[in-house]
Ligand binder design. Sequence first.
Ligand SMILES: NC(=O)c1ccc[n+]([C@@H]2O[C@H](COP(=O)([O-])OP(=O)(O)OC[C@H]3O[C@@H](n4cnc5c(N)ncnc54)[C@H](OP(=O)(O)O)[C@@H]3O)[C@@H](O)[C@H]2O)c1
Length: 183
Amino acid sequence: MSSQTPVVLITGGSQGFGYALAHSLLTHGFAVAICARDKCRLLQAAASLGAYGHVLAVVADIGDGDQREALVQRVEYEFGRLDALVNNASTLGTLPLPPVDAADIENLREVFHINTFAPILLLKRCLPLLEVAVASIAMSISSDAAVAAYPCGDGKNGRPVHCGTSNRRGVSGCYRVRAGGDP
Ligand SMILES: NC(=O)c1ccc[n+]([C@@H]2O[C@H](COP(=O)([O-])OP(=O)(O)OC[C@H]3O[C@@H](n4cnc5c(N)ncnc54)[C@H](OP(=O)(O)O)[C@@H]3O)[C@@H](O)[C@H]2O)c1
């Protein structure tokens, strides 16, 4: 890989959207770092993606501060640069979704932690790398569940499970503001 190759860090790249995005970026000449908690699935994903370009796979739970730190350090060590951060990993919390009157506050805290606070803390940790890149971007994948509560099986409205991801617009927005772009 050339030192000019742009590098993208995608949280939750072992399957789903994160994997598809990693695949697409690799075929367009980017290098990619992916993370996930399940080592076996992550390594399988990295092995398939490796056919398309330079992939770094790091087992990390983005909710854990030490693991976030180790993740960014591995990216820095492997590539020496970071051009984009994609906060993709998220959680729905307890399933099936409980109605709001049965919502458990500890579970809601975990949902907000993974969907909102951890992405902000990861962005904060990545800023020194992003800010020296020629053109950098931070983005966070949101959800339709961020704008309306999913219905529960009993016909009641579910708790707003992704209220955390709706705030991710703010996570990316704060980077755009710092970078001098539109919020
Ligand atoms: N699927 C949909 O219909 C849909 C609709 C609207 C929005 N979205 C949004 O799109 C994004 C991707 O969804 P998806 O359906 O592709 O998800 P998915 O298939 O469930 O994949 C989630 C990925 O994130 C990883 N992950 C989950 N929690 C993590 C954590 N704490 N730390 C690190 N990695 C973690 C998972 O691996 P491990 O479990 O091994 O950690 C996996 O690689 C999410 O933000 C979701 O809210 C999805």
